[in-house]
Design a protein around this ligand. Structure first.
Ligand code: UAG
Ligand code: ATP
Ligand code: API
Ligand code: MG
Length: 491
């Protein structure tokens, strides 16, 4: 594609220096620039890409997109927002790949990764070639691609969609974070279905207030359905039991399908039984009912199953096909993942890193436990400070033994994070063991048969971020070590 064909995607710009070079790639990271690239200067949170324009040109960039003056010997296109333009150019450069397959988005504070995996399984059972983008990885069919963000920035996203199109993907599912919506990472992406899981406190470092956070997630629904023709419907799948759904319903031009447990919904679970094997319930949907026995534990997972079922329903997947898919999902890595052992203690690694998810997981463990519920919990550094005392409260209220430790301290002092947690539980009983490995070892050494040890916050993560260092750390591995160290070697 040449520069002027590419620039047809953006109506307003001014150009310094003439020229219409052939463009081989678009990059916003100067390290990826090669001959024929266009380099987009992004003013980030930690770095200003404008300062790298010259270096990008020396690496072969044939044009620069910028917001502020840059002095380089190639055409410079000046725009109001390089981030916004990056999404528009990316969609144009990769020829709007999301118009070629069915795409389901999931947003919400908790449950996105779990629900996206359930939907992937439903789509596979329906015979689709699938794609998945989310917290743990991106997948094209069975090919796994590493990812840094839950929702990558627009260039990576459109490039990945183009790969999916080329690989013959017919249906894909992706997690859409509030950060991504706020930053416009999904601009230029066409969603057919948008699913809302729930909204509870998180990310107030980034969104400042719950209202701003809710609005950021609302952008997914506000942008849905406007450009669709009647024969090609877009659907918003909303959780009726979460009050934010009313706001999203009012925002969207898409058709709305509701799901829930407590209030009447288009797709509703009834006769719910929570057992040590998982959950059993009947889904009532327009046109029928179907019994489901899911291996996923806890009421919150009933919501995830319902959300996935509703997304499948509006995607015209038969209820019987969905039942087969939903019942064969054993679990999602790092979410309520049991660490197998013979000691009589249940050891559960879970990704709860918000107050609400911690309450949910501990409430789920309680009736399944004859002994004590023990929890090991920390809070991430450089993230919402306001959730720290609430997570500590949840731990003290819903567990018998609460151990506070480090999560990913990042640039913060672990002691300061722990102090923020402790401020929420003055006068309550808890123990602080700042070294996460030590905390896991001590908890497992202390546990008796019948007790449950919940190791929360890091789930599938295989690293710990301390300062600038990323060290290998896996709660599941540490738990296994601790179990085999325990007297009698139970692991
Ligand atoms: C706060 C935030 O959203 N940060 C994202 C942002 O980083 P940034 O603004 O700091 O980027 P920067 O390092 O300042 O770089 C600015 C520009 O210079 C370029 N650069 C930079 C260095 C260099 O050597 N060369 C170079 O060209 C960069 O490519 C970029 O274009 O842009 C990066 C590239 O897209 C993201 O990876 C990064 O996510 C970081 C890793 C992050 O932790 N984000 C979290 C808060 C986040 O987005 N989380 C949500 C999930 C939340 C949830 O639901 O739980 C997510 O979707 O992941
Ligand atoms: N529907 C739900 N409601 C409340 N809590 C949930 C729900 N589903 C999962 N959880 C809890 O939240 C944790 C994270 O779940 P999951 O990874 O599916 O969410 P996520 O929205 O993808 O999170 P992230 O924002 O980090 O990507 C789980 O380990 C569990 O403790
Ligand atoms: N997507 C979440 C993950 C948090 C996981 C937790 N282990 C932490 O590091 O805080 C975030 O980036 O806020
Ligand atoms: Mg996720």
């Amino acid at each position: 594609m040449d520069l002027s064909t590419l620039l047809a995607a953006i109506p307003f710009y001014s150009q310094d220096k003439v020229g219409n070079p052939a463009v081989t790639s678009i990059e916003n990271d100067h390290r990826l620039v090669s001959d024929g690239s266009i380099f987009i200067c992004i003013k980030g949170y930690t770095f200003d890409g404008h300062s790298l324009a010259k270096e990008a040109v020396s690496k072969g960039a044939v044009a620069i997109i910028a917001e502020q003056p840059v002095d380089v010997p190639v055409p410079v296109i000046y725009v109001r927002s390089t981030k916004r333009v990056m999404a528009q150019l990316a969609a144009h450069f990769y020829e709007h790949p999301t118009e070629s397959f069915h795409l389901i988005a999931i947003t919400g504070t908790n449950g996105k990764t779990t629900t996206s995996h359930l939907i992937e399984e439903i789509l596979r059972a329906n015979g689709e070639t699938t794609g998945l983008i989310g917290t743990m990885y991106m997948k094209i069919g069975d090919e796994m691609i590493e990812t840094k963000n839950t929702t990558p920035e627009s260039l990576t996203l459109q490039k990945t969609f183009a790969k999916m199109k080329k690989a013959g993907v017919s249906s894909a599912v992706m997690e859409v974070s509030s950060h991504a919506l706020q930053e416009g990472r999904t601009n230029g992406t066409q969603f057919n279905v948008a699913v809302f899981t729930n909204l509870t406190q998180d990310h107030l470092d980034f969104h400042r207030t719950m209202e701003e956070y809710r609005t950021a997630k609302g952008l997914l629904f506000a942008r849905l359905g406007n450009s669709f023709h009647a024969e090609n419907q877009a659907y918003a799948v909303l959780n009726v039991d979460d009050e934010a759904s009313c706001v999203y319903e009012a925002m969207t031009a898409a058709s709305v399908v509701t799901y829930g447990v407590k209030s009447s919904a288009d797709i509703q679970a009834k006769d719910i039984r929570l057992t040590s094997e998982g959950t059993a319930f009947t889904i009532h949907y327009p046109g029928g009912t179907i019994d489901i026995q899911s291996k996923l534990a806890g009421l919150f997972n009933v919501y995830n199953v319902l959300a996935a079922f509703a997304a499948g329903f509006v995607s015209s997947v038969a209820a019987e096909t969905m039942k087969v898919a939903l019942e064969r999902v054993d679990g999602v890595a790092g979410r309520f993942e049991m660490v197998p052992n013979e000691s009589g203690t249940s050891v559960i690694v879970d990704y709860a890193h918000t107050p609400d998810s911690l309450v949910n997981v501990l409430q789920t463990v309680r009736p399944l436990t004859t002994g004590r519920v023990m929890v090991i919990i920390g809070c991430g550094g450089d993230r919402d400070r306001m959730k720290r005392p609430l997570m500590a409260q949840a731990a003290c209220q819903y567990a018998d033994v609460a151990i506070f430790t480090s999560d990913n301290p990042r640039s913060e002092d672990p002691a300061a994070i722990l102090a923020d947690m402790e401020a929420g539980v003055i006068g309550k009983q808890y123990t602080v063991i700042d070294e996460r490995k030590e905390a896991i070892h001590q908890a497992i050494a202390m546990a008796k048969p019948g007790d449950a040890v919940v190791i929360a916050g890091k789930g599938h993560e295989t690293y710990q971020i301390i300062g600038q260092d990323v060290i290998h750390f896996d709660d599941r591995e540490v738990a296994k070590e601790a179990l085999s160290d325990k007297k009698g070697g139970f692991a």
